[in-house]
Design a protein around this ligand. Sequence first.
Ligand code: BT5
Length: 259
Amino acid sequence: MNQQDLVLTLAKLPLGEIRYFNSIGSTNDEAMKWATKGAKDLSLVVANEQTAGRGRLDRPWFSPPSTALAFSLILRPHADETPHLSRTVGLTALALTDAFGKLGLAPQIKWPNDILLNGRKVAGVLIELTWFEDDVDGVVIGVGINVAKGAVPSTDILRFPAISLEHLLGQAPDRIALLHDILASFIALRPHMHTDSFMSSWEKSLAYYGRGVRVEMGGDQVVVGKVTGLGPDGSLKVLDDNGKTVTVRFGDVRLRLFA
Ligand code: BT5
């Protein structure tokens, strides 16, 4: 992977500028800085390796050299998109499921930000915002994908089982071609983000739909119940054991065995 190949392969997409790094701390850190300094809509930071990749709540994200796809996409939301910005994670997840589907795989979205293959995590999404006064003026979408087997961390640092595309395909797909397909799907889906059909595609791709789950929402807050769908803002609806629908806006979802 290098800047020239990226620019050539992505040339037909209506992107902003592209910055490639052979090694970087975190593409999201770079993109956040760039977003506050005027990066254009759909500008892209891509790295061959991250040495301080981050997940939610500053959890570590492992992306060793040449085996992972790690990138951050900067959005300058249009005025008509701002009411729906909480759907950006779904937009990104659907772009990823589309691109993995094209490879013949059957991905599912583990709410809110993980992509699963065969019940294991192959990719994660981290969304961060930049503000101008009271308004969001930039959205940084970080995506990490385990492309080759070597990207998958050892089990002792994992909160959830992981897998790579190579494990399932027998060989690692080309990272730049994969990035192209993800971005093309993202750009095609973006104008539909406000629609009901977008929400139903997102719901249809959810892992654990209709199944019993346990959601840890931080602190001691836990909900146990059945996934019944998504709220209009992308929150997860869980019907708890007392028959009450709980709206979950942040959390880690696990399948409840024996439910
Ligand atoms: C995520 O957080 O899954 C979001 C990951 C986003 C990473 C991208 S890479 C490009 C951009 N730049 C960044 O610095 N970040 C973004 P979360 O749901 O909190 O999951 C984090 C957890 O995933 C960790 O606590 C580990 O247990 C696990 N993990 C770390 N590396 C992994 C990997 N390569 N594959 C599977 N699981 C991993």
